[in-house]
Design a protein around this ligand. Structure first.
Ligand code: GLN
Length: 549
């Protein structure tokens, strides 16, 4: 019998209540009390992974160290826990069905009718238990995507019901997150949606153990008592989750609500020590009391949905706090930048980040943004496609390579300065076939990234098919753009830098995936530091001159 305890988090009333943040906050508190915890997300869609989804659909696709393309909630899990997740931490309906159908074809169910119950539910339960086994976690928190009552999440809910029954009282529990809306017309908070949502859960055979109520104002004792009585939960298990200015406050709110103590008691786990949240609180203190304020332009093409750049936005928050700085990020739609307006539109920023992306749309604006940063000596960070744009820009305007491009945008270009990786040329399936996951990179000792990371070999996560074309490396280096981070095995250029510029770095990897509250990504920290310096010089009307004149 496993000693791992299982917590399931479901949501009701509406989506987007923040199950991911609640799961992460609870995990943080249990971790702070000395328990090893991991969080898993079950997604009800039929895509095998979100790698094939447009970011407008579900926001950013987050990449784990072991190269899985996953839901953005895994980013929150890592940022809160400061522990890597893996491909086992995200399960989709597509993955479950694919595995069951493959087994059926191999004859593993020979003679049987393959059905949702028990075959699909068994596969789901297997995957929930599998994540626990990997590192013998004390607690596994499994977040069920979607809202109870959705047709597509029924097999997950049924699996939770079965596991709860199999594991017994003190080995598992269900937390249900709902909304208590305020009706301005009657001046009241309403509990009926919560009651209905618990009813839906009861219809599937699950009695929630703890209710967490999202609200925009304080819940009175009367409301808590009412919810407890009508939803069959203990009075102290009705938890308030009030809106806050930053998601990083939620663990503190949950601590005040004693969520961790209630959970540990219900799971028969000892309250072995006071939660160690010193570093977390220091971070919050810095976040809430900034000494500097800067403005960064994030140039991308999915900006209408800020979730598309979730990890980048969070990295700015971590790096900002570590520099005692509030980073105000303006999202700029790259399609709106033109030769006529780009200087004006970009002139008020202390730093420019050109975002990752795929395909032709919006590429010209990204190239203009890189040009502006280079020519005006404004701190610049280009990530993945952002780095590729900086390379294209440099080739066209500094090296005079007319029409230089990435072969992703123009297969016929005379100067393919960014080209398809060798191993990508044979690939014709789209799902899960990019260069994915963590790769190591050797840094040039005389470079900005080396000063930022303070080590020679780093490891960061990738998600791309194209790369810097080494055929042109000498031309670039002679003109002032250097390859300062190289993959030791393949010689791929992973980082470019313009050493004479105040701070101009492009990275083929995604530094934003590894930034956490406790360990902000060093490159982001250094970028913000440069932006703060730039801001100070601008304020003093000292024109930031490039290094060496
Ligand atoms: N589209 C580019 C490539 O595949 C960049 C990808 C990205 O920005 N993640 O190489």
């Amino acid at each position: 019998m496993s000693s791992t305890k299982y917590i399931f988090v479901t949501g009701g009333v509406t989506s987007s209540l923040g199950k991911g943040i609640i799961s992460s906050s609870l995990a943080k508190l249990l971790q702070a009390r000395g328990y090893s915890v991991t969080i898993q997300k079950l997604d009800p869609y039929i895509n095998v992974d979100p790698g094939t989804l447009n970011p407008y659909e579900h926001g950013e696709c987050y990449v784990t160290e072991d190269g899985a393309e996953t839901d953005l909630d895994l980013g929150h899990y890592e940022r809160f826990l400061n522990k890597p997740t893996s491909q086992d931490n995200n399960v989709t309906t597509g993955m479950v069905y694919q595995a069951v159908i493959e087994k059926e074809r191999k004859g593993e169910y020979l003679g049987k009718t393959v059905q949702v119950i028990p075959h699909i539910t068994d596969e789901i339960k297997y995957r929930i238990k599998k994540v626990a086994k990997k590192k013998r976690y004390d607690v596994v928190i499994t977040e069920i995507g979607g809202t109870v009552g959705d047709i597509e999440s029924l097999p997950y809910i049924e699996s939770v019901r079965q596991m709860k029954w199999e594991l017994g009282q003190s080995n598992s529990l269900v937390i249900h997150l709902t909304l208590v809306p305020y009706l301005a017309a009657s001046g009241e908070l309403k509990t009926k949606p919560t009651q209905h949502s618990v009813k839906v859960l009861l219809e599937t055979g699950i009695q929630p153990d703890i209710l967490i109520l999202r609200t925009d104002r304080k819940l009175s004792d009367d409301i808590r008592n009412k919810v407890a009585l009508f939803c069959n939960v203990d009075r102290n298990s009705v938890i308030e989750s009030i809106d806050v200015s930053t998601i990083y406050m939620v663990p503190i709110l949950m601590l005040h609500e004693k969520l961790d103590i209630i959970v540990l008691k219900k799971l028969d786990l000892v309250l072995n020590k006071e939660p160690g949240l010193r570093k977390w609180k220091t971070f919050l203190n810095k976040l809430n009391n900034p000494r500097h304020h800067i403005k960064i332009a994030l140039v991308g093409k999915y900006v209408e949905l800020p979730d598309a750049y979730k990890s980048i936005s969070e990295s700015f928050i971590h790096a900002g706090a570590s520099n005692n700085c509030q980073v105000n990020v303006d999202f700029i739609q790259s399609e709106t930048l033109h030769v006529r307006n780009y200087k004006r539109k970009l002139s008020a920023f202390d730093g420019i980040l050109v975002a990752p992306g795929f395909g032709r749309r919006g590429i010209d604006g990204k190239i203009l943004a890189a040009r502006f940063a280079r020519e005006s000596n404004v701190p610049f960070l280009g990530i993945c496609l952002g780095m590729q744009c900086a390379v294209i820009e440099f080739a066209r305007n500094k090296l005079g390579f007319e029409g230089a491009n990435s072969t992703e945008m123009d297969t016929e270009t005379k100067f393919p300065v960014i080209d398809l990786m060798e191993e990508q040329k044979k690939v014709n399936q789209k799902g899960g076939t990019m260069r994915l996951g963590a790769y190591s990179c050797v840094l040039d000792k005389d470079s900005v990234p080396y000063k930022a990371y303070r080590k020679k070999i780093i490891s960061e996560r990738h998600r791309h098919r194209y790369e810097f074309n080494n055929k042109y490396l000498k031309d670039f280096e002679n003109a002032g753009m250097k390859g300062v981070g190289i993959n030791p095995g393949s010689e791929l250029v992973e980082i470019i830098e313009i050493p004479k510029h105040i701070w101009f770095v492009g990275v083929q990897f995604h530094p934003e995936y590894s930034s956490t509250v406790i360990k902000p990504n060093p490159l982001f920290v250094d970028f913000i530091k440069a932006a703060v310096l730039f801001h100070t010089l601008e304020e003093k009307k000292i024109k930031p001159i490039s290094k060496n004149g």
